[in-house]
Design a protein around this ligand. Structure first.
Ligand code: URA
Length: 239
């Protein structure tokens, strides 16, 4: 990789304009290898030099993949209205043209992937994608005996849609109110409609894993972090 102008690199990383980058550089917010550099034309190596903004590392990456623990009441679609998962991203991600690669209902919490990789998001959102999605489901009433067989055979929803086989496991020691469910597809309100087809109602829903990668238990509601390369590999390997 040839050397690059500092202002161009900062603008690229932050997905902002060159003018904004120049302003940040001249105000002494940007350091390269620990040294503040105020010359926008300074040459650096974007792949090797450690660049920081207000002391926090900002990385030169082609694409970024974020795991968020979506809080209740926040929408995961950018065109649904209301506060979105993008609105609550930390400042360092704000200007990267990010969008959610998958949907959760406003009243569902848990693992949402956010990226600026259009191809990846498209593949994740495609009906042909069979990446496993794992949920914790809290029911309004105990689940009827034998319902697990309906899930593993492939439930038929109220509108006649025939679901792919899904795994269920009771995780409250037999009270039959709390279940782990693994789906290999993602239709609109699918979990809620599956339990409705068994005459029950979902009281709360939390997504715990995507493609075998578990939501980091250290992330509180609304917090996020980048996926590791290994986690990303596992998710894309399962498509
Ligand atoms: N199924 C639902 O019903 N809602 C979600 O948010 C995700 C899966």
């Amino acid at each position: 990789m040839k050397s690059e102008r500092l202002d161009k690199t900062v603008a690229f990383i932050l997905q902002g304009g060159r003018k904004e980058a120049v302003k940040l550089i001249k105000s002494g917010e940007i350091a390269v290898g620990g040294n503040v550099i105020k010359d926008p034309a300074a040459k650096i190596n974007p792949h090797k030099d450690r660049i920081t903004l207000s002391g926090k590392e900002i990385c030169y990456k082609e694409k970024i993949y974020i795991m968020m623990n979506k809080p209740l009441g926040v929408v995961s679609s950018t065109d649904d209205g209301g506060v979105t998962v993008i609105d609550i991203l930390p400042e360092e991600f704000l200007r990267r043209g990010l969008f959610p690669a998958g949907r959760l209902d406003k009243d569902t919490t848990g693992f949402v992937l956010i990226t600026d990789d259009g191809d990846f998001a498209h593949r994740m959102l495609s009906p042909k994608s069979h990446v496993d999605k794992e949920y914790e489901v809290f029911l309004a009433e105990p689940l009827e005996e034998g319902a697990e067989k309906k899930f593993s055979d492939g439930l038929t929803l109220g509108d006649g849609y025939q679901c792919l086989p899904a795994e269920t496991e009771c995780i409250d020691g037999g009270k039959r109110i709390k279940f782990k469910v693994i789906l290999r597809e993602g239709k609109y309100h699918q979990i809620k409609r599956m339990f409705a087809a068994c005459g029950n109602r979902v009281a709360a829903l939390h997504r715990t894993a995507i493609g075998g990668v578990h939501l980091d238990s250290s992330l509180k509601a609304g917090e996020c972090r980048e996926l590791t390369a290994e986690e990303l590999g596992r998710i894309t390997g399962g498509e």
